[in-house]
Design a binder for this molecule. Sequence first.
Ligand SMILES: [Zn+2]
Ligand SMILES: [Zn+2]
Length: 284
Amino acid sequence: MPKNMKNCNPKPRNLFIKSLSISLFSFLILSSAYSCSSDSSSDDIEIDEDSGSDDGDTGSTGDTGDTEINITSILSKFDGTGLSYEISGDNVIFTSSDLPNHTSPYWPEDNDLHSDYTGVNPDWRQNPNEIAEQNIVFTIPLSPAEATDHESTPLGAMGIARNGIPFFNQYAGPDQPLTDEINSFDQWLGHPTGTSIYHYHIEPTYLTQEYGEDAFLGLLSDGFPVYGPVENGEEITNDDLDEYHGHVSATADFPNGIYHYHITSNDPYINGNGYFGTPGNTTF
Ligand SMILES: [Zn+2]
Ligand SMILES: [Zn+2]
């Protein structure tokens, strides 16, 4: 499997990104020229400046293109309440307030996103916890690579969904399966801990409804991407994946191929027997 990754040549993608940046830049010049000739305003100029600085970011990440895999291109898909990220050296640093951008019975009653349970689990029972703002900082490598020692995932955050909510692993506690805990998952299949940390152990159905069952859903802390349960129109099962719950193939975001995890509908759901790569740090 890793041999496939080593065969990927990132250069064509870098050239593509560069030419895309150039054509985007040309387009901005042309469109700004056009808008100046039709109706010039200071708003137009501000928009051009913002776009220019975005181009600069893309250029600087291209400079790290010596490595075989780089996930910088996918960072723009992260979008959530109180979620931001910055690139620092070889890492991306996400800061998340862990506030889900969707309804839940776990929101305090006075929050606009508070709702009754609208899911389909007849055994649903709400746990006594509530969603509350956190300050979670994930430091994740931008150039993930296979580790020689595959670390176990921790209890607690093992990655970050594209809306800033942490992914937790397949255990409710040390060696405790999720069996009972599943009944406290809300209609989007998340729930909060006793310390109000809202998280997903299984498919975050708000995100797959929003972006598709085959979409990019987030990153584990080792920098490898997490995808939904469908690929090329076919449902992925645990049997399609290695012991870490991933495989190498092309994805819409990484057409040259990349190791990635899939969320499946059966235990262990997101990750199997540890990280494929080397995880960065997460602090609360
Ligand atoms: Zn949990
Ligand atoms: Zn796949």
